[in-house]
Design a protein. Structure first.
Length: 401
């Protein structure tokens, strides 16, 4: 009987693992990956490289994982291609989907979202695609610029669509159709919010479901806005400008508060949701904490991340914004977290393991990412004890458990 119970538990564990759905910055867009038993230090040359896949083409999009399959995109000769790999790095399928962004910092941008047998993707050119997960047939598609009377932005649209229930939500950035919700099965419009009429701003939206009014929070060119997910009504907005209208970091939400971080001279602002989510108030702000595309993570009572113009790694008190450290021993970059550790991927190609403690930037291990091409911008992903790092043309899988 004991063996049967043990086997059942193991099978349950495998099934749950297979059902894990990792989208942009994890299951809930927090940048926190919920695994245990990971390595607390690495060898000098880094953890074991299990495999690498070359030939993705140009791009900065990150990995999504669903049903033990890896999904990501790249660009070859201005054509966007979606790739499906197994967890051993074998190519299962690929398909061209249309023209990708090739005017500057070329390549695919937004991470795909996988949901209930379908894959959703927004290209840098503004194509919205819904694919069948198994065949990669296109089930429906939209032209974001034409269908929602919007325009592209300086560095190409960069957004990972958000799925909540039957809705797919994204930000065309039109005057009328600023943020929209479509039916995820057929692409028909459910609601449209005019927001503040700003252009989109490279930000993937966040769902805040534990308020009296469940809502979508995102950043547009000049504002942070909250939108009622049921009706599309704008609930609140907060003016939030920087030099280039770039707000690429998804807000971080906890304790009724939203940490919204941008670069290009803006920094971070903490907003508190009030009146069941119908209004907001500013709690604190920090000009120094100016991450441009590297995001932030919250662990306990502290938030961690790097600056941009301020080329330091920071830890701040979540409630007050008070800095507990700033450190420049590692170049700035992207941060995710798992099992009490920060995984910091610098814009110079360093992959670092840092203990998540507010006392100091406790850098334990680091190694260089030497494979791949162009910018070190894609956000890493952790799944079943494996760290996935995309560097342009190459995806690498490192054993970290």
């Amino acid at each position: 009987m004991k063996k049967i119970v043990t086997l059942a538990l193991l099978l349950t564990s495998v099934i749950l693992s297979a059902q894990t759905n990792l989208q942009w910055r994890g299951e809930n867009r927090t940048g926190i990956y919920n695994e245990t038993g990971l390595l607390k230090s690495w060898p000098a040359n880094g953890p074991e490289l299990l495999w690498h896949f070359d030939g993705l083409g140009e791009g900065h999009s990150s990995v999504s994982i669903a049903n033990n399959k890896i999904y990501l995109t790249g660009m070859t000769d201005s054509t966007g291609i979606i790739y499906v790999l197994d967890v051993n790095g074998k190519l299962l399928k690929k398909k061209a989907y249309g023209t990708e962004w090739h005017e500057n910092y070329n390549g695919s941008r937004g991470t795909v979202t996988v949901n209930n047998g379908k894959i959703y993707l927004i290209s840098g050119m503004g194509g919205l695609y819904c694919f069948d997960e198994n065949s990669l047939d296109i089930l429906w598609q939209k032209n974001v610029k034409k269908d929602f009377n919007s325009e592209n932005i300086k560095w190409g649209i960069n957004e990972s669509p958000l799925i909540v229930g039957e809705k797919i939500i994204f930000t065309p950035g039109g005057k009328e159709h600023n943020v929209v919700a479509l039916n995820k099965n057929d692409g028909k419009l459910i609601w449209s919010c005019s927001g503040e009429g700003d252009l989109s701003a490279y930000c993937s939206p966040l769902y805040v479901g534990n308020q009296q009014v469940p809502q979508i929070v995102t950043m547009t060119a000049d504002h942070i806005i909250g939108v009622d997910i049921a009706t599309g009504k704008k609930l609140w907005s907060y003016e939030n400008k920087n030099r280039h209208s770039v707000h690429a970091n998804t807000p971080v939400y906890a304790d009724n508060m939203l940490l919204c971080t941008s670069g290009y001279g803006k920094g971070s602002v903490m907003l508190r949701l009030k009146d069941g989510g119908r209004s907001i108030e500013k709690v604190w702000e920090s000009i120094e904490l100016d991450s441009r595309i590297g995001a932030m993570v919250k662990i306990g009572d502290y938030a961690y991340g790097s600056g941009d113009a301020n080329r330091y790694w920071f830890c701040v008190n979540w409630q007050t914004g008070e800095q507990t450290y700033k450190d420049n021993s590692l170049p700035i970059g992207v941060v995710i977290a798992d099992d009490g550790m920060l995984y910091c991927y610098s814009d110079r190609g360093d992959m670092a393991l840092v203990k998540a403690t507010p006392e100091k930037f406790d850098l334990i291990s680091r190694f260089k990412i030497t494979m791949g091409t162009e910018q070190h911008w894609a956000h890493p992903v952790i799944y079943n004890g494996v760290l996935y790092v995309r560097h342009g043309n190459t995806l690498m899988a490192y054993k970290v458990k």
